[in-house]
Structures are given as structure tokens and as C-alpha cells.
Write a protein that binds this ligand. Sequence first.
Ligand SMILES: [Zn+2]
Length: 393
Amino acid sequence: MLVLKNCAFVPFLTEDFDDACGDVLVKDGMIEKILPCGSEVPEGAEVMDLAGKTLLPGLIDLHVHLFYQTVSDVMTGNAIPAPVITLNAYRYAEELLKDGYTTVRDVGDLHCRAAMHVKKMIEAGKMTGPRITTSGPIISSNWTNLDSLDIYACGSDGFRDAVRKNFANGSDFIKLYGSGSLLMPSNEPGYPILESDEIEAAVLIARRNSSYVSVHAHGPTAVDMCVRAGVHTIEHASMITEDTLKYIDDNHLDTALVYTMFAIDEILEEPDTYNGQRMNALIGRITDSLKNAYNNHRNILIGWGTDVGFELYRTDPMREFRLRKEMLGMSNEDILKQATINSARIIRQDDRIGSLKAGKYADFVVVDGDPVADLSVMYKVPAHVIKGGTVIR
Ligand SMILES: [Zn+2]
């Protein structure tokens, strides 16, 4: 048994316990009980005194690609030997856990399914890493010209086949590539590259398997088509319109938006490149759309995503916290919920992760100071990380 003593709590991330501070009893990897400060320590328990620190649930990143180390991996993809891809994926997973991400969702793997194999090794206790949910390879139309990465399909029959095959090969959910990049020199940034019947076919088969579809979509038309076809998570959602948001609200859909500010900011920082210039020209429109969804549609869940390669990620692992504050003006409370309980709800795992509650996994980050009063506490990696009751750092 492990006892975390004298922890300060974040009230909206702690359930069934009202004091601002308490002791957490951990047994068999789960939160056994939360008790008032100063409660008696059971005999033989290991004790960590966390006085002066805040205990939060483990962080959740809903948009990573574990294989992805640098941009060239995306271009060369499956040409890299599978063992190298898998070791790279493991290295990324291990680092994410050390930084406090106790759960990650891999939204696009290579054909060797590195993320899935890493996940299985972690679940078997052979490696240390976060809890992982994986889509397997992305299903796309041949419009992307990324056959180095994706599985191509065409028409509703083709999408049904590809989705079934992905589930048969171990995918937990389905990822589609539903729009062009924002950066392509086309008429509409992020134009649609799938048709509604293709997306609907994927959604139907995923629902048959009690799962869901997530789609990469930037442009207004592509995002709208995904929402109307029943997609559960819209990745990026860069130019989502008021009409689409209203449609979600009016129909009480559980559509969630997974923002990825780190990936956008990365491109903005290269103003001398073509990509940088294009992104700088679009950024006002993107932030207006994302702010509108956040400010005016409070029932629509916004999840946590980063979407950068490992080499960039490790330069500033917690950058997503700062960017949501600075670029989108979100409140500290909402940002903390997005990185924990809201992302847990989006992937339908809030019975096990996302908040501190007896019966949930003992996944925690411990930070110096109070992140509700001062979010910059989250801009650096946490003082301690605990996953399933095991102290990682
Ligand atoms: Zn991505």
C-alpha cells in the first residue's frame, strides 16, 4: 500500500471528497480511499509526504503519433525498418509518461502497428509507459498521396472493408483522414477529401463494434460533413463554423473537438518558409473559430492534443498548456479539465481515469504550487508522476 500524505487537491478534479487537502490511500494500483489530512497510516504502508504540493489526476493526450520522431518520418513512413519504428514509439511513450501523461491515444500508426505492440508490452508489464489506445493506420482516400502511411479506401464498400480489417487487426477505434492540410495551396484550406457515404460507412461499422470514428479535419466543409456523418472526435477542427456548432448543440450530439495548438504553433514559428507564411495568414481565422467553439458552446467537450514529433515535443513538453492560455484565452480551470477529465470522457474511460476518486486508477501528477491560481505551474514537467500506484519519477 502507498499513502500520499498532505496533498492539496483541485476541487473540480476530486470527486466524493470536499476538503482542500487530504491523504490518498493506494492499493493494487487503484485509489482505495481519500481521507482527511492526518489520518492514521496503515501498518507497513509506503508513505510519500506531499505537503505544499498539489495532486492532480494523470494527464491525457488524445492526439499523438508515437512512431513520429521528425517530419521526415511522415514522408518515409513504412520504409523505416519496423523494429526501429517500434523502438522509436516506445521511446516516445516512455517520455510522455515521465512528463505526466499516464494515458495517450495514438491517432495514426504505421502499417507495422508499433503503437499497438508497445501498448501490449506495457499492459503485459514488460515495459513502462502510459495506458495507450490506438487507431492503427489511418484510413484515407488516395487524395492524400501518403501511401507511405495510410490505408487507402474508396467508396462506402471500401471504407466498410478497411474499418473491419483495422478492428480485426487490433484497432481500438478508427481514424480517418477527412480533409486536406491547411497548408495546401487549394481554394478552401482543409478541403474535404472523403465523401459523406464513406464517412457514414466507417461510423456504422465502428458503432457495431461499440467504438467510434475520429477524423482529421481542418476546413469548414470537411468538419461539417464529419459532424453530420456521426464522427465522434474531430481532430484539429481548425475552421469549425457556428452553423456546425449549432448543429451539434441542437441535436445533442456527443461530438468532441480535439485541439492541437502545439502543432499549429510549431509551423507559425517558421515565418520564412512557405508553410509558415500560409499558417500565419490563416491563424486569425483558426483562433477565431476555436475561441467561438470554446466560448459559446460550453456543452461541447474539447480534448487535449499535441500532434508533434518526439524531437520537437521534448524541447518543451508542456507547451500545450501555455498555448491554450495565450492563443485561445481559456480559463485555468477549463485547461486543467481538458487535459484530464474531459479527455477521459471523450474516450469513454472516465469510470477509470481523469479525476481523483476511490475506485479509479492511481494515476497522478504532483506539481509544486496551485495550478488553478497560476497555470504556469503546468508549464514545466511535474515534480512526480505515479501510474497505477507505481512511482515513475
Ligand atoms: Zn495527427
